[in-house]
Design a binder for this molecule. Structure first.
Ligand code: AVJ
Length: 317
């Protein structure tokens, strides 16, 4: 069997450094969530998905299992399937036999995980052409190996769009129309608004996996950017901000301390936080409206019986 070739556009440590320095210099301090996903962080995220409190993954999987046939009927078979933030590639497997794509293009920033999952995919589906692309999909993507005349179906799983501010989310969706083309479609998963207690629990699992995932961002600063920082000097904080309709994750400083990176020093007061992630939740109507303003029409939405999570099929209008 031929080896799967990885197209590698992983952001350079110089560009990650730029973002880190800008984020720590900002008020309040902030770090971009893409920093979560080094090899260790990607493993931690897989473990988050197994926690009983973290309902999104399990619920999305149940929706896909239940509706895969109908999704394929409406999304169309034989397209080039692109997946943004493919991770371990568990969910897309539920769709492959139904969608029978011409080619599968998983795109992810986590290189080791992408390589492993793309290899496994090529092994398990001998009829499938797999072209993994390691990249930050917020930057422009180099996808010239996809023939221009092939129809494209873009799958954006996991409610990862929720990491964007609503204005950015709209702009990002607008840009994705360049990827789907006029004839293509976008299958996108969005976590729904619900009882805040349920959401809070999902980001504060008892086993402490989400806390470890959040704190790993500091490990990354140490390992990949040579930062001097004491992860034990911070605690994980996550809560649903119902005013803003989002979960916020923070790393809160336990005392006065200094982070040193690239010859620069950033001081934190006791109780001061570094904001590491937003995870916006939408109602079905709110998300449909966002999609409409980004230039799509909604073909269909699937949800679970408890209305925890939604999967939308959109088409450029
Ligand atoms: C991968 C962005 C969808 O926002 O729920 C899980 C990441 N952060 N627990 C989310 C995450 C904390 C996750 N997304």
């Amino acid at each position: 069997m031929s080896e799967v070739r990885l197209h590698d556009y992983h952001p350079s440590s110089a560009s990650l450094m730029q973002e880190v320095l800008a984020g720590l210099a900002a008020t309040p301090k902030v770090l971009p969530p893409k920093l979560f996903y080094d090899q260790h962080g990607a493993q931690l995220f897989e473990r988050i998905c197994e926690q009983s409190e973290y309902y999104p993954t399990r619920t999305e999987i149940a929706i896909l299992e239940r509706h895969a046939e109908e999704i394929a009927d409406l999304a169309g078979r034989g397209a080039c399937l692109l997946e943004l933030g493919s991770g371990a590639g568990v969910k897309v497997r539920l769709l492959l036999e139904h969608l029978r794509p011409k080619m599968y293009v998983p795109i992810d920033i986590s290189r080791a995980q992408l390589r492993a999952s793309a290899d496994a995919m090529a092994q398990d589906y001998d009829w499938l052409e797999v072209h993994p692309v390691c990249a930050d999909y917020c930057r422009s993507l180099h996808l010239d190996f996809i023939p221009d005349d092939e129809r494209r179906l873009v799958y954006f799983p996991g409610s990862t769009l929720g990491n964007f501010e609503p204005g950015e989310a709209r702009a990002f969706l607008e840009n994705l129309r360049g990827l789907t083309g006029e004839e293509g479609a976008l299958l996108i998963s969005i976590d729904l608004k619900k009882d805040p207690k349920r959401i809070d629990a999902a980001y504060n699992d008892k086993a402490g996996v989400t806390a470890a995932f959040n704190l790993n961002i500091l490990g990354r600063l140490q390992r990949d950017l040579g930062a001097e920082v004491d992860p034990a000097g911070f605690r994980h904080q996550a809560f649903y901000n119902s005013q803003a309709g989002r979960v916020e994750m923070h790393l809160v400083s336990r005392g006065l301390q200094t982070i040193k990176v690239d010859g620069q020093r950033f001081q934190l007061e006791e109780g001061e936080s570094i904001h590491t992630e937003n995870s916006y939740k939408y109602s079905i109507e709110e998300f449909r409206d966002l999609a409409r303003r980004a230039g799509y029409r909604s073909l269909r939405v699937w949800t679970d019986s408890d209305h925890l999570f939604s999967v939308h099929l959109l088409q450029p209008a």
